[in-house]
Write a protein of this length. Structure first.
Lengths: 588, 334
């Protein structure tokens, strides 16, 4: 044999190549390319484990343009792009921010927004009405290419700058809620982008990430100093317009480190060992363990159940109203009567939850609307556990009980396959309880947690489902529109009618709500009541419980967390309002 | 070595890569899921609110990613991309590129699994050889039962136990991550030590589980080799015990181990999914897991294609260098 290499040399070369093969990994460890300040003590650093990471990494660490579809405002852009206004549903308060004022015309076809003068982007360029008009007009033009584009395109005709601090928005249809839509609350709001950076870029692929250039630029108090798979690091800027104008305190946090989620067990351990100051929405069962391990950990409700606050997202058992026999309101009511909500709270959430009578949260601004239908709720008690009533309703519809199972007049079992999201704290927690309750009362119920849940639920490819309602937080329109079959007031509206229930009279009322001034509570109460007079007897979906965000907060290094006694905002780090928490935290 | 043989093996290598890459294209499509819709719905319902126009957006991005085209055209485009080495964009993380995401993850996996595989190989092979050698200290025999027992435990299970003990109870090692929160990466001893410290727990769980396997295989080969005539001859010649152990026994027994090492090094690109997931280690295994969860066709295809090429190449190299490692092996036609 004619060897190309002598054997001894080959083995040596192989070993050398093997060792060299390991080296390319090392430079890539240094992919953080920021300029972090050298020594910031732990007690001025906020460490946060975020729910937005995937399997222990930030896949989106380069994506700081929140409009690209791979980006997620929850993972950092919520600190970078300041809004026209913030809204706290807990405080029931609108905080005008980049906007100084706004004014609608009486027909709600025009909106004038005055921006605050003297605000600069972090690269020194002045923020102005040009940025606002550019953001809105580009969203209108891009439509389905980017997030919120369709929503803006549906309403906006044109945004015009009339002076450096005034922008006039003309609408295609009356749009009394447009400013509120653009306001930051929970996960909804329009991110104002710097025109001088974004103009000429393809918004779908532009990353807005180059730390050497100072990108992402911001008007806020935080700059990104490092971003990599393992962590995102923000540091406080030296000056911030809002602090200078006494609109907000200058944050005491000098550095904020955002770590990706590696699993609830590891997160609990990190909280106990003070390696993290706060985290994400965790299972109720984790909290007693954390409190035992670290008495400095608190939640929105201290160390007492439900360990959190009511989210805007009440949870229901949806049944597809287009599927027989669930197109029959009596069948829906029968299912409702078979469900003991108190047991769901006790078993599914270990007592750490509360029941929900209507598909909207009992927030302060919404309480007048709950009051407006008190008598209707007494008549149509959506929380009543009464199996006898359920039996009577089914029997009246020709269902028969064979053994312990209800069958329809053709002898087929009354079957509900319930699907829910495999991740999250609601489906896996209460799905088994709900299906077991239905089974005990003769309904052939089962639970599935399919990976394509979102797709199936959205398309109506389901019979039963456990899911929430992203609806109202201030006035009832957003919740009411979740059940609209069609809208005339909003031509070409993209409706989100998960229950697939339709009622033309109800649609008309909701259209009327749409064109009513959100401040006109008296009129809205009347309309809400009229809508509920149709909705409640029909019960399109079956009300279960409120959704809670159970977030651990560590007081070892930081205090003044948002709690029930100090509810300035909700404490979710993933929401657009999280900057308010960061401004308010104080060193322990 | 004949060039014809090398060319033929290279042809087989290309054929394997093409077949595996084709399977890699079609298998994810069998799920019938639409990754664009899944991603957009997931994004849209993040906070419980489903924004308007999702269907319009789905259409827009299906067109952008070419998913609206017939399957055969998608396949041709895919093959063309693979030939050019263009792994495309990640659907779920657009505009991040698949190549960029793999480049981020690969060093961590190579660093962790490469080193642990080599360490396990060396330690396991030496231990296995000593365990079969009559002249080895007696206490070494006590090592084997625990190593075999550990070999039977899955990586991730041992990882959880180690994490509880070393990271949570005694707090001598970090719980998760590739390096400390707030550490500034760079070529400093401090950072390198930090990375090594973070790699210790996952590495330990892999090494403790793997060493037993290598040792067991080597011990078996050593027992066979020690019975060979040439070893008896060497003893009869009065050669030193160390010489017989290293040059006559170990050297001849190690060949199957070398094959195993080459394949193991090829397989490290697929990562140790569960270990990476448990320790929050940002390697390629966890990335593949995530891509499957999101049905991100392009990312799945990119990672699997990289693994296929690496495995195919490792096998090809092994085929080619076998005669050089062991002169008894020849590919000459007799």
């Amino acid at each position: 044999m004619h060897a190309i290499l002598p054997r001894r040399d080959l083995v040596k070369a192989g070993l050398a190549a093997g060792a060299a093969g390991l080296l390319p990994g090392v430079p890539a460890l240094a992919q953080l390319n920021g300029a972090q300040s050298a020594s910031i003590p732990r007690d001025r650093t906020l460490v946060l484990i975020k729910n937005g990471g995937r399997d222990g990494r930030w896949v989106d660490y380069e994506l700081w343009n929140p409009y690209s579809i791979g980006a997620n405002h929850q993972n950092g852009p919520n600190l970078i792009y300041e809004p026209l206004a913030y809204y706290s549903a807990f405080a029931g308060k609108l905080y005008l921010w980049l906007a100084e004022s706004y004014q609608y015309t009486p027909d709600f076809r025009q909106l004038t927004i005055k921006t605050r003068p003297g605000i600069n982007w972090s690269d020194g360029t002045a923020f102005s009405a040009e940025d606002v008009a550019y953001t809105f007009n580009t969203l209108r033009d891009l439509g389905p290419k980017v997030k919120w584009g369709v929503d803006v395109n549906q309403a906006l005709d044109a945004a015009t700058v009339t002076d450096p601090n005034t922008v006039v928005l003309k609408f295609k249809i009356p749009s009394p809620r447009f400013f509120f839509f653009a306001t930051y609350k929970y996960d909804i709001g329009i991110y104002m982008v710097p025109k001088h950076i974004f103009q000429g870029q393809d918004w779908t692929s532009f990353k807005h990430f180059d730390l050497a250039k100072g990108w992402p630029v911001t008007t806020g108090p935080w700059r990104v100093v490092a971003a990599a798979q393992s962590q995102k690091v923000f540091e406080r800027r030296d000056s911030w317009w809002a602090a200078e104008r006494k609109l907000a305190p200058m944050p005491q946090i000098l550095r904020s480190i955002w770590l990706p989620n590696t699993g609830e067990q590891q997160t609990a351990q990190a909280m106990i060992t003070n390696q993290s100051d706060t985290a994400y929405d965790m299972q109720p069962a984790s909290f007693p363990t954390m409190f035992r391990g670290n008495p400095k950990i608190i939640t929105h409700t201290g160390q007492q159940p439900p360990y959190g606050y009511v989210d805007w997202w009440p949870i229901s058992l949806y049944v597809n109203n287009e599927v027989v026999p669930f197109n029959d309101k009596d069948v829906r009511w029968a299912l409702s009567h078979y469900i003991d909500r108190k047991q769901i709270v006790e078993v599914g959430f270990l007592g750490a939850s509360q029941v929900s009578a209507l598909p909207m949260p009992p927030y302060k601004p919404l309480l007048p609307y709950f009051d407006a239908v008190k008598d209707l709720l007494a008549k149509y008690d959506t929380l009543e556990f009464n199996p006898q009533k359920g039996d009577a309703l089914l029997a009246a519809k020709g269902f028969r009980k064979q053994g312990n199972a209800w069958t329809d007049p053709d002898g087929k079992p009354l079957t509900v396959v319930i699907i829910s999201a495999p991740l999250g704290t609601f489906g896996p927690a209460i799905g088994p309880v709900v299906s077991e309750m239905l089974r005990r009362h003769g309904v052939t119920a089962s639970l599935l947690l399919p990976p394509d849940f979102n797709d199936r639920f959205q398309k109506g490819d389901y019979v039963g489902s456990i899911y929430g309602h992203g609806g109202s937080i201030r006035e009832p329109y957003d919740t009411l529109r979740l059940y609209q079959g069609k809208s005339i007031a909003v031509p070409g509206a993209h409706l989100v009618n998960f229950s697939r229930w339709k009622n033309p009279d109800y649609d008309k009322i909701v259209d009327e709500v749409y064109v009513t001034d959100p401040q006109n509570v008296t009129r809205l109460k009347d309309l809400f009541r009229a809508a509920m007079e149709i909705w409640l007897p029909e019960l399109p979906d079956i009300q279960l419980v409120q959704n809670h965000h159970r977030i651990p907060m560590n007081t070892t290094y930081w205090t003044n967390w948002p709690t029930a006694d100090n509810a300035y905002i909700n404490g979710a780090s993933w929401h657009l309002t999280f900057p308010l928490v960061l401004w308010n935290l104080r060193p322990a | 070595m004949q060039l014809f043989y090398i060319a033929r093996r290279f042809g087989v290598f290309l054929l394997i890569v093409w077949l595996a890459a084709s399977l890699n294209f079609f298998l994810p499509k069998l799920s019938g899921e639409d990754p664009v819709r899944t991603k957009l719905l997931e994004q849209a319902s993040l906070g419980g609110y489903v924004q308007g126009g999702i269907e319009d957006m789905v259409k827009e991005y299906q067109e952008k990613f070419g998913l609206d085209k017939p399957l055969w055209r998608q396949y041709l485009a895919y093959v063309g991309d693979m030939v050019r080495g263009d792994l495309n964009y990640s659907i779920a993380n657009y505009p991040r590129t698949v190549a960029g995401m793999i480049a981020d993850a690969l060093p961590w996996t190579i660093g962790l699994l490469g080193l642990t595989t080599l360490f396990s190989f060396v330690a396991g092979t030496i231990l296995g050889a000593l365990l079969a050698w009559p002249g080895a200290p007696r206490w070494m025999r006590w090592l084997m039962p625990p190593l075999w027992a550990l070999h039977a435990i899955p990586f991730f299970l041992l990882g959880l136990v180690l994490m509880y003990l070393l990271a949570f109870q005694f707090q001598v090692l970090p719980i998760f991550g590739g390096y400390s929160a707030g550490a500034t990466p760079g070529w400093t001893w401090r950072f390198v030590l930090d990375v090594l410290r973070h790699a210790t727990l996952p590495a330990l769980s892999i090494i403790l589980v793997s060493v037993g396997g290598w040792a067991l295989a080597m011990r078996g080969m050593m027992v066979t080799t020690m019975g060979e005539d040439y070893v008896t001859f060497a003893e009869a010649k009065g050669l030193r015990s160390v010489t017989i152990f290293t040059r006559y026994c170990m050297r001849n027994a190690i060949l199957p181990q070398a094959t195993g090492l080459a394949l193991a090094l090829g397989q490290i690109l697929s990562g140790a999914v569960l270990v990476e997931a448990i320790f929050g280690y940002p390697g390629i295994g966890a990335l593949l897991f995530q891509a499957i969860e999101e049905n991100d066709f392009f990312l799945i295809q990119g990672i699997v294609f990289t693994v296929i090429v690496a495995l195919g190449f490792a096998t090809f190299v092994l085929d080619v260098i076998y005669p050089l490692l062991d002169p008894r092996i020849s590919y000459r036609r007799s």
